[in-house]
Design a protein around this ligand. Structure first.
Ligand code: ZN
Length: 364
């Protein structure tokens, strides 16, 4: 349960000193955080399945990355997580396949049906169908809806029990609400596409099948902020409710003997066009390296084989990349957050990290 914490906090926000204090008081901190998470999750718990709307009491433990992909890279049932690199003291450093990236929002019946095409390894002998892509979009949005609902309750809990400043809570809540609305819209769009059998809702802007098994499994949507030439793709600091953040969905799916890599966006969305055109023009090696950088820089949910843990741990550039956050607190009014973003998320920094998707690191 405490593992959810890492996904909701900006992992880079703690200094070595703070980490030491937490380490020394690990039991007390763990208890306090465990209590907060339990209360937040219980307050966020719904009474109906988010998909079929039927009243239920127990929810399915849905995996954000299909369990069959996680199994293909695990060792003795274990996986490496971002936290095992950053060493956030309150969290267990490796995870079992069963607990990796799960959310509870839908019933078991829905979970067994609504993702079934894309969660079937046999369906990857060809380019994924529109239905499979819509199922992936559906799940990515559901996972973030679940996170934001819990996050909202965490802020409530902190302001009631831990003197969390009210103005900070309001600011966080405002952003969380905008974000939540966008994921709900994304969920509705995917659900409609599946139910109506529409095949024109998403655009697969990158698809590649590798003839080896990569040591990383990943599935999420990301709001990319900076492109190859330093252009801003999503202005995450634009406070207007009219400004919609556009996601790009990225999947790295290790199969039994191969790997599937894909990216897709909403059809008709022009915001990523320059990015994926440049991406597609790169050599395969550079494409893979860019993906490794993006996953570690933008997401907390990278799962990898324990086989590459040592190598990952040795790369200080990779550790720094995985600590990047977009929360900026500044007291100077002249401070320009977009310039900071450009610097922090500059894609050319990929050249400093190991290319874990390359042949060299393959599992088999
Ligand atoms: Zn259901």
């Amino acid at each position: 349960m405490i593992d959810d914490m890492t996904q909701m906090l900006d992992l880079g926000m703690f200094s070595e000193f703070e980490k030491t204090i937490m380490q020394e008081n690990k039991i007390e901190f763990s208890k306090a955080i465990g209590k907060m998470l339990k209360a937040s999750r219980s307050a966020a718990k719904l009474t109906k399945c988010y998909y079929c709307d039927n009243e239920i009491t127990s929810f399915c433990n849905s995996h954000s990355v299909p369990a069959f992909c996680l199994k293909n890279i695990s060792v003795d049932g274990k996986l490496g997580t971002l936290n095992s690199l950053i060493e956030f003291p309150l969290v267990d450093n490796d995870k079992g396949v069963k607990q990796a990236g799960t959310f509870q929002l839908i019933c078991r019946d829905c979970d067994s049906k609504i993702f079934s095409d894309y969660e079937n390894p046999e369906n990857y002998d060809k380019v994924p169908t529109s239905k499979m892509i819509a199922q992936i979009a559906l799940k990515n949005n559901l996972k973030f809806i679940s996170k934001r609902l819990i996050e909202t309750e965490m802020y409530n809990y902190m302001s009631q029990n831990q003197n969390f400043p009210e103005h900070l809570k309001m600011a966080k809540q405002y952003v969380t609400d905008l974000d939540l609305k966008e994921y709900i819209d994304g969920f509705k769009k995917a659900k409609r596409a599946i139910e109506k059998g529409w095949d024109d809702q998403y655009y697969l802007c990158y698809y590649k099948k590798l003839d080896y098994v990569v040591p990383i499994a990943f599935q999420s949507c990301i709001s990319l902020t900076v492109g190859f030439d330093g252009e801003i793709i999503n202005d995450v600091y634009n406070p207007s409710p009219k400004y919609v953040i556009k996601p790009i969905h990225i999947c790295i799916l290790p199969l039994e003997n191969e790997s599937v890599i894909m990216m897709f966006v909403d059809n008709g969305d022009t915001r990523y066009r320059k990015f994926y055109k440049t991406f597609n023009s790169l050599e395969l090696e550079e494409q893979l390296l860019t993906l490794v950088y993006i996953m570690f820089a933008y997401s907390e949910e990278v799962y990898f084989s324990p086989n590459i843990h040592k190598k990952a741990k040795e790369s200080s550039a990779l550790i720094n990349t995985s600590q990047l956050g977009q929360d900026i607190v500044s007291l100077t009014p002249k401070f320009n957050p977009l310039e900071m973003l450009k610097k922090n998320f500059d894609l050319s920094q990929r050249k400093r990290i190991p290319n874990f998707l390359q042949q060299e690191y393959k599992i088999r």
